[in-house]
Write a protein of this length. Sequence first.
Length: 421
Amino acid sequence: MGLRARKAGGNWEVCSGARFGRYSQPSVLREPVWVHSVSLGETRAAAPLIHALLDQGEDVLLTHMTVTGRDAGERLFASAIAQGRLAQQWLPYDFPGATRRFFSHYQPRAGMLIEREVWPNLLAAATQADVPMMLVSARFSDNALRQALRLGSVMRRAFASFSAVFAQTLHDAQRLEQAGASSVRVSGNFKFDVSLPPGKIQRGREFSARLMRKIIVIASTREGEDELFIRAIGRLLKRTRAQGRNLSEEVLFCIVPRHPERFDTAAIQLAQAGLTFVRRSRLIEEGDCSSTAFQSCASTAVLLGDTLGEMAWYYALADVAVVAGSFQPLGGQNMIEACAVGVPVLVGPYTRNFEQAVVDAMDEGAALRVPDAPAALQTALQLVEDPQRMSRMGKAGAHWVQKHTGAVARVIAGLNEIGRR
């Protein structure tokens, strides 16, 4: 944890009292529902659930393990935090004493772990404190099952202690049952219940329309992928110039690193590659849709997405979205938001964390898989020259997302079945 904190930057408070279940102030929450969203992705995924809990009148305790998750929660739930209805805290390390103190201090009426955060001591402490626990929007791969089985009775007891388990897919449910969970239900994925800010979508579309260039957004790039796409863009521009075509006048490439600690690194890589670029943060400083901002983008090759909480703006900007995290063996990233905005989606070969969603989206005609970064750019360029195909793919994606909503409602119903202690 300490090494990760030093690498990522930010105030992780790895040795703080809260990490060990020690608190200097009493809790302001009364019998909250506790939701654990370990990092940025889980926090975003849990947003529809947390909003539903707040709408139901619950107080919410939201815990994290990373700075990016905590910062995202602070942005997403600023109003509830200000009203004293939601509080954020670090999840204590999985030590018996730390977890016992956590439950004694906050006294949640129920707890929800998002996707795959199963900690034996934490769950044992929940059982001792008589706090019913739920594993929700659960993902459980073959590899996770093998690891759980190798740990034997410790993990089997942990999985068996859940009062309710809601899996994303039937295959996840079957693996969870093999690991020891009982009464597993398939609820679907919270990410389908996404509620994107309409203001950001409108502003993104307005910006794109006024810019009058085709825009290819390469979203959520992870370690090693920025360089792959920057190199591919450079080669593509060089090749088209040799053919007598200035692609930079026709197409704007937008690269959005997933983690803020790589914003500056990506900027350095763009400069070293000789690519003209402008940062999204600069456009905001210049007035977003101001004439100065448009002049900054007029002939630049790349827009560097160096802001947080604006993925809806980036997708609304796009004619085609390349969802990264899938061009290195990293498991892929969520593509549902892009489909919800109505944008054709391209993914790479490595999508194990979202495999069922990717396959389903491809079957619906909303997404295409490509083998590498150059193929992604080439396919995207082919799509922007075919407006009818782009429209069909975008509409298919929006329809696919709409018909898979409802996971949050199923989990809320499960929580209400558990009832109050």
